[in-house]
Design a protein around this ligand. Sequence first.
Ligand SMILES: Cc1ncc(COP(=O)(O)O)c(C=O)c1O
Length: 335
Amino acid sequence: MIPAIARLPRITLGNYPTPLVEAEHLSAALGGPRILIKREDLTGLALGGNKCRKLEFIMAEARQNGIDTIITTGGTQSNFALQMAAAARKLDMEPYLVLAQGAHAEVQGNLLLHDILGSNVKILELSPTQLLRGSIMEIMHRLADELTAEGRHPLVIPAGAHNILGTTAWVDAVDETWQQLQSRHIDANYLVVTNGSGSTQAGLDLGVKHLRLPTRVIGFSIFYTRDEAVADLVKIANDTARFLDFDLAFTPEEISIYDEYNGEGYGITTPECIEAIKLVARTEGIFLDPVYTGKAMAGLIDFIRQGRFTRDDTIVFFHTGGIPALFAYAQEITG
Ligand SMILES: Cc1ncc(COP(=O)(O)O)c(C=O)c1O
């Protein structure tokens, strides 16, 4: 483990290392490069996902600070909100969610699971874009003040756990993945990931640069425009580098993010996303999700079809979870 990360408090919430599996039938169907899938959907906490890793660091610090109540935000089908609520329950903390009315606010998918968890859910009549670009941090801090007045010790976590500890967790994930690759003598020259709030990709970029790995990170954005996502990634990666005492810094030119596969916007799935979900299920028996990984896989498939990778390339695709949302998107998926 990277020494600066090994020193940080961490709580076990998931099963690591997550499996790294060959997707040879998918590769064959695409006539393209070797593809491996890093199964972050199999972390084990509340049906899996990339946020469990982030929460292992964030919740460890919260517990050290005597926190007993966690507040966060996202769309109604937010996977982070679900992972956070499940982690809070496991650690005997009370979860509060201030959610934006996304494409699916019915009690299905992640919202159904919140019902089972008994999460305190408030749904605002705003789109996720309005909410996340607006005054959500103020709204959450007001709620935190009310809960403090009631004698609780709340912590506000930004959407997607987009902070330095969340990014740090994904620097650690690079180390874990690279060890898996090396033990199997595999040289991967691309790491492909969905970019949402951006800290998963920021951690990957930072880990690759810190460890000087001969591989390139490609992100497919499903929320921000390319320029916004790049600017944000550079900031959070550089802040995290300072926190970890890494002697390096990013410039925007080093970052690869594509926003062409987001269709009409966050939470609105695309025909290519649904095609990608079905292809991966029918070749590998693995379910992607309709908001994040399906769109990133649609981007990867299009890149392969455009000939942007060769058969000699090896790609690791990070399956970052999101599976509960599939059930809320039944209508779009079945057409
Ligand atoms: C399934 C899934 N994949 C990817 C992401 C993106 O992660 P990040 O917010 O760190 O960019 C999210 C974020 O919510 C997610 O739920």
